[in-house]
Design a protein around this ligand. Structure first.
Ligand SMILES: C[S@@+](CC[C@H](N)C(=O)[O-])C[C@H]1O[C@@H](n2cnc3c(N)ncnc32)[C@H](O)[C@@H]1O
Length: 186
């Protein structure tokens, strides 16, 4: 974690608890698992809820060219930090619910640090249908969760016919978490 990331994260957590919804930035172990299946040569990737950039850093460490990374974040202070820390990436200050409007096609994956399960069903639906619209065949939607259930509402999993694989539990994170990789037919 870069110097200052934790204090900035905690400051925003106090100001906007319903957006940040985490006790601390994701750990190095969790970020590495989130980024583990990224292929640097497989085309663009969209990150949702980039925050201070902990997952962003792990994505770039996989060798993805910065210009292939589109990071969506609605908090303007986090966006300023991302633009300074990661020159070359595309930082989109917008809601993840508008992912379907991004001018990016054929994404290899969408990697999400959003508090997805705490969002209303309609917002989850906009995020997932937008993801599918922007994704290449065979792409995945990667999302971590601290809880025991898959981190997409059951109604939406059924509606979109999602299937998934889940990682081992990552204990070195506050709190411990699992990573889900969702896929869909077609
Ligand atoms: C739990 S923090 C994750 C930060 C970082 N990715 C990590 O894992 O440490 C959630 C982030 O999602 C952002 N966020 C919440 N709702 C959002 C939305 N609708 N659109 C875009 N970003 C959102 C928050 O501002 C915050 O930066």
């Amino acid at each position: 974690m870069a110097q200052g990331d934790l204090s900035m994260f905690l400051g925003q957590l106090v100001r906007k608890p319903h957006q940040v919804v985490a006790l601390a930035p994701s750990s190095g172990a969790l970020c590495a698992e989130m980024a583990a299946q990224i292929d640097p040569d497989a085309g663009p990737l969209i990150e949702l809820g980039a925050g201070t950039g902990t997952i962003t850093r792990a994505i770039l460490a996989r060798g993805l060219p910065p210009q292939q990374l589109h990071s969506i974040e609605m908090n303007p202070d986090f966006c300023t930090r991302l633009r300074t820390e990661f020159p070359g990436i595309h930082v989109h200050e917008m809601s993840a619910g508008d992912i379907g409007t991004l001018p990016v096609d054929g994404c290899q994956a969408v990697v999400s640090g959003l508090p997805l399960l705490s969002m209303p069903l309609d917002l989850q639906r906009a995020i997932l249908t937008g993801t599918i619209a922007r994704a290449a065949p065979g792409a995945s939607f990667t999302q971590f969760t601290y809880g025991p259930q898959p981190p997409v509402a059951r109604a939406l999993r059924d509606e979109l016919n999602l299937s998934w694989r889940v990682s081992r539990k990552i204990w070195w994170n506050l709190p411990p978490a699992r990573v889900y990789r969702f896929s869909w037919p077609g």
